[in-house]
Design a protein around this ligand. Structure first.
Ligand code: ADP
Length: 166
């Protein structure tokens, strides 16, 4: 059975991530979306919230699971008996960083292959940070995230800004 781990921050999950999930779920028997519990970053959503949101919007895809993890993604892959790690590539800027990580991981764990999926052109500009920035200024983010995620983002931002309505 082929198992792949798709690690990331997913703060929050965008349509670009979801597109990678849909495509990767067809390539492997089992796909585990792994939400990084990163203490050094200050996320908009807690790890638990990010896991809940991902579970909600991937519920209809049968072979996808969502979990959180700490530490090295490669160690998490071993713990889950995964043979593959999935990453998305948007532009040349992603490539340099991703290649370095993949090559380092290959030295540490030669049994795990990193599989890169190039972004759907529709989402090549899209990142969680851009979505958060637009939402901070009450812009329309409906083209970038699932409607359930949009609601949660706007609620979270209005709580943070101390507003009742946006
Ligand atoms: P990280 O903090 O690991 O970069 P992200 O949540 O930003 O986590 O991204 C997780 C993975 O999804 C990365 O491989 C990233 O390149 C990919 N990704 C993010 N946005 C997109 C997008 N719009 N299209 C394709 N892949 C994407």
């Amino acid at each position: 059975m082929s198992t792949a781990v798709y690690p990331g921050s997913f703060d929050p999950v965008t349509n670009g991530h979801l597109d990678i999930v849909r495509r990767a779920s067809k390539m492997f028997d089992r796909l585990i979306i792994a939400v990084l519990n990163n203490n050094s970053k200050t996320p908009l959503f807690s790890t638990e919230e990010r896991v809940t949101m991902l579970r909600e919007i991937t519920a209809e895809i049968g072979n996808v699971e969502v979990e959180s993890f700490d530490g090295l993604s490669i160690k998490y892959c071993h713990a889950k008996n995964a043979q593959f790690m999935v990453r998305g590539l948007r532009a040349v800027t992603d490539f340099e960083y991703e290649l370095q990580i993949a090559q380092t991981n290959r030295v540490i764990a030669p049994d795990i292959d990193t599989v890169f999926l190039t972004t759907n052109l529709k989402y090549s500009y899209l990142s969680s940070s851009i979505v958060k920035e637009i939402a901070e200024y009450h812009g329309d983010i409906r083209a970038f995230v699932d409607s359930r995620i949009e609601e949660r983002i706007m609620k979270k931002i209005s709580e943070r800004q101390g507003n009742i309505t946006i």
